[in-house]
Design a protein around this ligand. Structure first.
Ligand code: PLP
Length: 366
C-alpha cells in the first residue's frame, strides 16, 4: 500500500456521508502519518497543541471568509449531528414565550418540530406533508406567532429534493435554518438568520462535526440547569474547545474550505452547482421514461429526486448504474425511486456520466 490509487474511484451520489473533493482526500492522505513536520497525524495530536490551534483557527477564518460571517456571530464546531441541534435550538432559544414557528417541508423539519414540542409550544405555520413534500408550502404572515422565540426552516430538503428560494419575512423573530445539505453550495446572507447549523457529512467533510453559526445575542439564555454540553454558551466561551472536539473532522473541513476558496468561493460553487443541476433536470424533463415529482420552482440544487413510475424499473436502473460506476442512486428508504446527490464535490463530469447512462438506459427500456 505504498501508492494512492484513485483509478477505481466511482461517482458517488450518496446523500451523506457523501463524496469529498479528490484533492482534499489526497492532501489528507499525504499528511496522514506526518502532519507538516509534526511527526504525527492530526488524529494523534492534542487538541490543545499549537498545531491544532492553528488548524481550528484557520478553519473558522476560512468559513467566515467563504460565508461572509460578521463578527457579531459565533462559529461553533460541535458534535452530535444535525439531530442534536433539533434539541439544542429549543433548549437555548426558548427564552421568553417558549413558542416557536415551524414550516414542515420534510422528515427533518418534522423531527425538529417533534423535539422542540417536548420543550415548548410549536406552531406549524405551513406543511407540504399532504402532498408528500413535493414543494415548499406557501406561508401566510397572519399564521406567524408574533411573540415566537424563533422561526424554523429546513433550507434544503435532502430526502424530497426541495429548497427555499426565498425566505419568510419574520421581522425581529430570529430565523433558524438547518443548512445540512446545502451549506456552502450557494450564496446566503447570514445576517438574515439568528442561527444556522449543518452536519458536516453532506457538503463539508467526514461525519462527527456539526457547525453552528449563531448571533451573539442569542447565546446565554439557556436555563441554568441546562447540561453544559447542551449550552451554546459553554462552547462559545471555550472557542469550541470545552472538551475534545472532533479534531480530524475539523481538519478535513478546513481542507474543504481551502479547496472551495481555490475554486473561487461560494459564488463560483453556486454557478457550478446550477450548471450541474440544470444538466440533470433538463435530461429528466426531456425524458419520456424519467420524471421529477418536485415542483419546478422549488427544485433542490443538491439532491435531485426522480422516478420511472415503475418500482422494478427503478431498481434495475439503480443496479445497472452501479455497474457503470455510478453508485448510491437509490432514493431515501422512506420514498424509494432515485436520488442523485450532487454536492459541491461532485464534478460536472459525474453528472454528465449519469445523464449519458440515463439516455442509454431509456433507449433500452423506454
Ligand atoms: C442529514 C440531515 C440531518 C441529520 O443529520 P445527522 O448529522 O445525521 O444528525 C438533518 N437535517 C438535514 C437537512 C439533513 O440532510
Amino acid at each position: 500500500m505504498s501508492e494512492i490509487s484513485t483509478s477505481e474511484r466511482v461517482y458517488n451520489f450518496s446523500a451523506g456521508p457523501s463524496t469529498l473533493p479528490l484533492p482534499v482526500l489526497e492532501k489528507a492522505a499525504k499528511e496522514m502519518t506526518n502532519y507538516r513536520g509534526s511527526g504525527m497525524s492530526v488524529m494523534e495530536m492534542s487538541h490543545r497543541s499549537k498545531e491544532f490551534a492553528r488548524i481550528i483557527e484557520l478553519a473558522e477564518q476560512d468559513l467566515r471568509d467563504l460565508m461572509k460571517i460578521p463578527d457579531s456571530y459565533k462559529v461553533l464546531f460541535l458534535q452530535g449531528g444535525a439531530y442534536l441541534q433539533f434539541s439544542m435550538v429549543p433548549i437555548n432559544l426558548f427564552r421568553n414565550s417558549k413558542k416557536a414557528d415551524y414550516i414542515i417541508t420534510g422528515s427533518w423539519a418534522k423531527k425538529a418540530a417533534q423535539e422542540a414540542a417536548k420543550l415548548g409550544q410549536v406552531n406549524i405555520v405551513a406543511s407540504s406533508e399532504p402532498d408528500t413534500f413535493t414543494y415548499i408550502p406557501e406561508w401566510k404572515k397572519e399564521d406567524f406567532t408574533a411573540d415566537a422565540d424563533y422561526f424554523y426552516i429546513t433550507y434544503n430538503n435532502t430526502i424530497y429534493g426541495t429548497r427555499y428560494t426565498s425566505l419568510p419575512d419574520v421581522g425581529d423573530v430570529p430565523l433558524v435554518a438547518d443548512l445540512s445539505s446545502m451549506i456552502l453550495s450557494e450564496e446566503l446572507d447570514i445576517t438574515k438568520f439568528g442561527l444556522v447549523f449543518a452536519g458536516a457529512q453532506k457538503n463539508i467533510g467526514p461525519a462527527g462535526l456539526t457547525i453552528v453559526i449563531i448571533r451573539e445575542d442569542l447565546i446565554g439564555h439557556a436555563p441554568s440547569d441546562t447540561p453544559s454540553m447542551l449550552n451554546y454558551k459553554t462552547h462559545a466561551d471555550a472557542g469550541s474547545l470545552f472538551n475534545t472536539p472532533p479534531c480530524y473532522s475539523i481538519y478535513m473541513a478546513g481542507l474543504t474550505f481551502q479547496w472551495i476558496k481555490e475554486q473561487g468561493g461560494v459564488a463560483a460553487m453556486q454557478k457550478k452547482n446550477e450548471e450541474k443541476a440544470a444538466l440533470l433536470y433538463n435530461a429528466i424533463d426531456e425524458s419520456s421514461l424519467f420524471r421529477c415529482p418536485v415542483a419546478k420552482k422549488d427544485r433542490s440544487l443538491m439532491n435531485v429526486v426522480f422516478v420511472t413510475g415503475d418500482k422494478a424499473l427503478d431498481k434495475k436502473f439503480i443496479a445497472e448504474a452501479k455497474e457503470h460506476g455510478l453508485v448510491n442512486l437509490g432514493g431515501h428508504r422512506s420514498v424509494g425511486g432515485m436520488r442523485a446527490s450532487i454536492y459541491n464535490a461532485m464534478p460536472y463530469e459525474g453528472v454528465e456520466a449519469l445523464v449519458d447512462f440515463m439516455k442509454k438506459f431509456e433507449k433500452q427500456n423506454g
